[in-house]
Design a protein around this ligand. Sequence first.
Ligand SMILES: NC(=O)c1ccc[n+]([C@@H]2O[C@H](COP(=O)([O-])OP(=O)(O)OC[C@H]3O[C@@H](n4cnc5c(N)ncnc54)[C@H](O)[C@@H]3O)[C@@H](O)[C@H]2O)c1
Length: 260
Amino acid sequence: MTQDIVCRRLVGRTAVVTGAGSGIGLATAHRLASEGAHVVCGDIDAAAGTSAAESVGGTFVQVDVTDAAQVDALFRTAYETYGSVDIAFNNAGISPPDDDSILDTGLEAWKRVQEVNLTSVYLCCKAAIPYMREQGRGSIINTASFVARMGAATSQISYTASKGGVLAMSRELGVQFAREGIRVNALCPGPVNTPLLQELFAKDPERAARRLVHIPVGRFAEAEEIAAAVAFLASDDAAFVNATDFLVDGGISGAYVTPL
Ligand SMILES: NC(=O)c1ccc[n+]([C@@H]2O[C@H](COP(=O)([O-])OP(=O)(O)OC[C@H]3O[C@@H](n4cnc5c(N)ncnc54)[C@H](O)[C@@H]3O)[C@@H](O)[C@H]2O)c1
């Protein structure tokens, strides 16, 4: 999808992408690089992260986003390698099977998801903002989800709560630092056509159908469509877009009934 893009909105900017080894993060690393950014790819998975960085001519940093020192090192590497930290796409997240209905989800599963999905965003913002304040410029995009806005009976309770936290934190940071030239937005994707989702739904077409009926567009998103939204939020085209829950959900959250 990105092959014909001629947009070059990010020339000379430095972007840090967490979870760059796969899915939305990988597609976004490609998109940001295609728009001219230097991309620093952070991932816990060294093989996937290295391959992502090579494919975008960027730099790989192995990072566990729940570890404050490693997160600091990720942003420091970006600054020391390219001279600035202009864009932070704090995107790494997990959705493990033991996070389910509140009736079945244990405290350990709850805490792990909070750490990886929410504490990580706190750590990444805390690491990125001082560079951005110094520059008087920056765009932070934190990956939340449409489930931060809507309830689902097919619950993943800690995941949903973590994404609600990402949304509220992003809003508050966007307000606090707006006059210093820093924008902070939460990105709320609808379900994305990732290998994980494909595998799940290939096994259980009924579950797929149950979800698809709620999407006015009638299909899941492609990772490149989410990446395009990130590139917009990262760029000066979004200069007045701040502290939002930026929905890229094919109309799910606006639908009462769908044109089935
Ligand atoms: N896929 C969807 O349908 C969907 C919908 C809405 C929101 N999201 C969110 O988008 C983000 C990316 O999702 P995806 O589908 O691309 O996932 P993915 O599983 O394809 O990729 C996630 C990446 O994060 C990395 N990662 C996991 N734990 C990490 C850690 N502790 N430290 C560093 N890296 C770590 C993984 O190695 C992987 O490369 C997540 O925050 C997810 O919650 C996804």
